[in-house]
Design a protein around this ligand. Structure first.
Ligand SMILES: NC(=O)c1ccc[n+]([C@@H]2O[C@H](COP(=O)([O-])OP(=O)(O)OC[C@H]3O[C@@H](n4cnc5c(N)ncnc54)[C@H](O)[C@@H]3O)[C@@H](O)[C@H]2O)c1
Length: 446
């Protein structure tokens, strides 16, 4: 168990759940057994998850639950008419032929369906953010421990060889000690800003509206709230839960860190005035305390849906001896050693200027540059092979864990340590204050 988070699960969370050990004791599946999977929430990402699980091999999609009949029809087009289908996910969980479920619903359903699924004896792949509200997280950890289920959160970056490369390089001291991380995700298009299509047939006849609303505040039938659920606090988690969470997951994996202890964010709704009640620009600032694995550092995150540049996403890990950029590759830029640091003597008297200059030149004689004094820029770029797909690797990790009963890479504790600061960024924004968070115990302080 390489990560301290696993140690935590093995002790505190298991104790809290009243179980004596976190061993995954369910019967392992043999290499020849087909893993039978049900998809709950057959929209964009759930479908992509199901496809990646199928691409791993030795898997079959046997059931689907969705509250919009059109999505069920599409699922049958893809995976066959013999697929068991229901508007009620509990009917899927009751089926003995389902080994595992993929949860691709809007965020406000993640916690409930995850716990129900594990209590029903299913292994779970739950999309990020693991929970919509921070206080929902511990119950998922406890359900995982109580039921000894495989539970993988769907932030696929933690399975990426790109992030593994960055992790290896930083661990090897390539850029010295990391002091500052800047990460951003700018998406400057209508679809990037969640203006998804609304099917013209959407009606109370083919949508189970009450099952969509669930525990969210009651609201009359209004299809935009379902098909663009991210735009509403009642169902989604804004840009923080949607996108910051990926940045937290990736970065936590690279640095083997549990998270920040201070969280502050601000932002606003600047451009997409389409009825949404969440910001389209957010910036977050986070203090990470020193641990045995890393010194203290600061993190800044930004999501910007506004400016018309097409968009980009990446990280800059700023170390004492260089910088690592992580996007669809890993680029290492080593800081050049300063030859002559220069002086700042313009405001001193002539006598002092002469004295400082004399001392300085004794240490750094004037060298006239020539072609030989030019140096190649120290920069290495590591590219993944063409067509590399971290999402497939993330599902491979999940399916292999179902077979072996060994821990996944992104369990519920890791999931809460990423979702916690992400959704608390919404709290900071709403309450206009800094939030104190204990990343070890995953509790809000004060
Ligand atoms: N890992 C990633 O890169 C990534 C990318 C996109 C989305 N996501 C996550 O995936 C989840 C789904 O996002 P999406 O873009 O696919 O949304 P979507 O709207 O395309 O799909 C959600 C589906 O859930 C269905 N649904 C709603 N309530 C339900 C219920 N109670 N029971 C069963 N089905 C229900 C909807 O009808 C819809 O088909 C979100 O949590 C999102 O954050 C992750």
């Amino acid at each position: 168990m390489p990560h301290s988070r696993r140690h935590f699960i093995g002790s505190a969370a298991a104790a809290a759940a009243g179980v004596s050990s976190f061993a995954q004791t369910a019967k392992p599946k043999s290499a020849n057994d087909t893993i039978q999977i049900a998809l709950i929430g057959a929209g964009g990402m759930g479908t992509a998850d199901a496809q990646s699980s199928l691409a791993v091999g030795g898997t079959k999609i046997v059931a689907v639950a969705d509250i919009y009949d059109g999505r069920i029809a599409r699922a049958k087009e893809r995976w066959g008419n013999d697929l068991f289908a229901s508007r009620d996910y509990r009917e899927v969980l009751a089926r003995k032929d389902v080994d595992a479920v993929i949860i691709g619903t809007p965020d406000h359903w993640h916690q409930k369906i995850s716990i129900d699924a594990m209590d029903a004896g299913k292994d779970v792949y739950c999309e990020k953010p693991m929970v919509q509200k921070v206080e929902q997280g511990k119950a998922v950890i406890e359900a995982q421990a109580r039921n000894k289920r495989i539970f993988q959160v769907g932030s696929q970056r933690v399975s990426s060889i790109i992030y593994q490369k960055a992790k290896d390089l930083i661990k090897a001291g390539t850029i010295g000690e990391v002091n500052l991380i800047e990460a951003w995700w700018d998406r400057n298009s209508a679809i990037g800003a969640w203006q998804y299509s609304i099917p013209p047939d959407a009606s109370p006849e083919n949508i189970d509206w009450d099952k969509f609303i669930g525990s969210a505040p009651k609201h009359p039938f209004e299809p935009i709230r379902l098909f663009r659920w991210r735009n509403y606090k009642d169902y989604g988690t804004g840009v923080c839960g949607d996108l910051f969470v990926h940045l937290f997951s990736g970065m936590h994996h690279i640095l083997e860190t549990n998270g920040p202890n201070r969280i502050f964010s601000t932002g606003g709704l600047r451009f997409w005035n389409d009825g949404r009640d969440v910001p389209d620009i957010m910036v977050g600032l986070y203090d990470y305390p020193a641990t045995a694995k890393h010194p203290a550092f600061n993190l800044s995150l930004r999501v910007n849906f506004v400016s018309g540049n097409g968009g980009s996403s990446g990280f800059r890990f700023v170390g004492s001896e260089g910088i690592i950029m992580v996007d669809d590759a890993v680029t290492v830029m080593r800081a050049p050693r300063e030859v002559d640091p220069g002086t700042t003597i313009g405001t001193f008297s002539e006598k002092i200027r002469e004295e400082v200059t004399r001392q300085h030149r004794a240490k750094y004689p004037v060298v006239r540059p020539n072609a030989d004094s030019m140096r190649a820029r120290e920069e290495d770029k590591y590219m993944p092979p063409p067509g590399y797909n971290d999402h497939l690797d993330h599902h491979r990790n999940f399916i292999e864990a179902i077979r072996s009963r060994k821990p996944v890479i992104e369990d519920a504790t890791f999931g809460l340590r990423a979702a916690g600061p992400a959704v608390l960024s919404n709290v900071s924004y709403d309450q206009k204050k800094t939030i104190e968070w204990d990343p070890q115990t995953m509790t809000v302080k004060g």
